[in-house]
Design a protein around this ligand. Sequence first.
Ligand SMILES: O=C(O)CCC(=O)C(=O)O
Length: 290
Amino acid sequence: MKIQQIFRDPVHQELFERDGYVVIDLTSADTVQEIARQFYNINESVPSGFSSGATIADQQVKDKLFADMDAALQADMDRAFIHYKKLGSTFLCKAPGENSKVNVHQDWSVVDEKRYASATVWIPTQAVDEHNGALRVLPGSHLFFDKYRNNNIPISYRGSEEMLWENMFIVPMKPGQAFILNHAVLHASPPNMTDKERLVIAYGITSAEAGLAFYYKAATPGSPVEKYLMPDDFFLRYHNIGERPLFGDKVQEFPYEVPAVSGEEIYRMIQAEKEKRRNIPYFREHWLKG
Ligand SMILES: O=C(O)CCC(=O)C(=O)O
């Protein structure tokens, strides 16, 4: 079954469905640089390592940040997306230093991924590359596994993280561009080894009609997965990340096992994705060289 369209441009939709991500020209450098000022209004100093505004506990601060970002970007978002809804937005900051590396991961599963995509619209406020923390991505990997994803739910690719990192490639970007990544695609980012923080605006989006769910699992081994139906502002309100949500409608609880997929099998999947793109000049140049 095909997932619901969220991009206005059918070419963007096609690339997003094939690769699990697409990079588009979303807005102007001036717009994102203006929004970036807000970061310094709400942070007296730059938090160390990698930090997300999602963990801010003060709801008013988060709501205002989303409202301000959205006022600046609404027209650009509406030009790029169709039949969609926004799930909130915030800043992702990478302070200078080794400890700002983001390891290989997929984002939480929050919609029925057979019918809909949920995605992050990742908008750097400055040029990004391998030195200051651009994204690394594994094209096509959004279709590798079909398990629920959340903190504490075991990952299908455990033991293969290093191979996955090695097989990703980095995507340098200019301010005003947007990297729209399906929450299921494998991605990561290197540490920021420059002396200036890297600041990104991140929106959550999904299809207008998609219902949201959150699959919580306690850290205790053997604990069941608890399914919560969530309101559309769930990303904006959930701040005790990794802990049981304090809101939402718990509708199910069930035992859940995630078998590890072997390194050989994952290697085969990666090679198949590379093979599919062997004749595409962009991937030949950036991913398949060597
Ligand atoms: O901003 C980054 O460097 C990584 C962001 C990321 O991986 C995420 O939001 O899931």
